[in-house]
Ligand binder design. Structure first.
Ligand code: NAD
Ligand code: GLY
Length: 373
């Protein structure tokens, strides 16, 4: 079934779990946007206290014709609240509302809300339908697509979660107009990511449209969201549960997750960690002889132009590289305590492989001293 008619669409082909991503302006207010959701049943909009006053009422109005009852839950805002405690607030609300198995959850927010609402949907009564309504660039190009849901643990990022696909994803580009510039930059990190791992022509396009993207130009955003979702759809369709290929989407994330956890969740935005992490992963690729220095410089320059740091955070004054290694051993790609990195295996191609600790230490030391750009 095609869920949307008046927007760009990207299809995620996953058999019975297939769905569409709609990308366009004015989708949030249009009841027709929600054709993939089951009509008649209860709905719960899960959002946060920042997004609620901006968009929750508009979404509730658009959903009213489809659902017998539309409830709202606003969680505390921030990565530091991506926890069991917040997840429990969703279960508390569902149970207090006597929500049944046909209740649909709508995740209205960035990646934090989307990951938590999706995880709650996967668990409540062993699974209820959910729809992603991403409101950050990062969520529109990445986190709302592909069915990864999770909460953080103090010892590791996104370590508790499930694969659980939404019924549909609705990317309304208009909502990006209220996104703070810092958050837009963080989202650009995930857009840039798709170039080196899969599509150098897209990297060229990002380079020439970066100013337009930072100025929230609708046509540029529409293309960036569409192309990013197409690349992600292609990867997820081949490897939904990350047995292998899907790990390439984590380019920069092994270092980036260490920065997020090591600095304390929320101090560095996820996209900021990914930005600096991509520079570190590119430098590691260069050390391994897979790309040249010009490639690292090109990527670093683009990340800088996106408004992001290219320098890694110092996590420990005494043994910074040691602290990174300790945190990276908790990464989901690690096997038997051996860290595996997403490296660039030639322009537009990524691979996952281990690297000697001594080499990784050198890369961390150099990149945290600002010598990798
Ligand atoms: P976020 O969800 O914290 O949102 C960023 C900030 O912007 C928040 O303060 C939010 O309230 C605010 N905001 C959101 N939309 C807004 C709008 N339209 N106008 C004004 N303010 C708005 O952060 P994020 O960058 O969207 O997501 C990061 C999270 O996504 C991390 O937890 C990361 O682990 C996760 N993630 C998941 C996947 C996945 O595949 N599931 C992929 C990438 C990232
Ligand atoms: N963001 C990485 C993934 O979805 O696999």
């Amino acid at each position: 079934m095609t869920a949307f008619s008046s927007a760009r669409q990207v299809h995620i082909p996953l058999g019975t779990r297939s769905y569409d991503i709609a990308i366009g302006a004015g989708l949030l207010d249009d009841p027709a946007s929600f054709g993939a959701a089951r009509a008649g049943a209860q709905a719960l909009i899960v959002t946060n206290t920042t997004i609620e006053p901006l968009y929750a009422e508009r979404l509730a109005r658009a959903l009213a014709p489809r659902h017998s009852q539309v409830r709202l839950l606003a969680l505390p805002d921030g990565e530091q609240h991506k926890t069991w405690a917040s997840l429990n607030l969703i279960f508390d609300q569902l149970l207090a509302d006597a929500a049944d198995r046909k209740t649909t959850l709508y995740a209205l927010g960035g990646g934090v809300v989307g990951d938590m609402a999706g995880f709650a949907a996967a668990c409540y009564m062993r699974g209820v339908p959910f729809v992603q309504v991403p409101t950050t660039l990062l969520a529109q190009v990445d986190s709302s697509v592909g069915g990864k849901t999770a909460i953080n643990h103090p010892l590791g990022k996104n370590m508790i979660g499930a694969f659980y696909q939404p019924l549909a994803v609705l990317c309304d580009l208009d909502v990006l107009k209220t996104l703070p510039a810092r958050e837009l930059s963080a989202g650009l990190a995930e857009v840039i990511k798709y170039g080196p791992i899969a599509d150098m022509a897209f990297l060229d396009w990002i380079e020439s449209h970066l100013d337009a993207l930072r100025a929230c130009d609708q046509a540029a955003l529409a293309h960036a969201v569409e192309r990013s979702c197409q690349i992600k759809a292609d990867v997820v369709a081949q490897d939904e549960q990350e047995s292998n290929l899907r790990a390439i989407l984590n380019f920069g994330h092994t270092f980036g997750h260490a920065i997020e956890a090591g600095m304390g969740y929320g101090a560095w935005l996820h996209g900021e960690g990914v930005g600096a992490g991509m520079v570190m992963a590119a430098e590691l690729s260069r050390e391994l002889g897979l790309v040249d220095a010009a490639f690292v410089q090109r990527l670093s320059r683009l990340i800088e132009r996106a408004g992001l740091s290219t320098r890694g955070a110092v996590l420990d004054m005494h043994d910074n590289a040691g602290r990174y290694l300790e945190l990276m051993r908790v990464d989901k790609k690690a096997e038997a305590g051996e860290i595996r990195f997403v490296v660039i295996d030639g322009p537009g191609r990524a691979a996952v492989r281990p690297a000697p600790d001594a080499l990784v230490r050198q890369v961390i030391d150099r990149c945290c001293a600002g010598l990798c750009n």
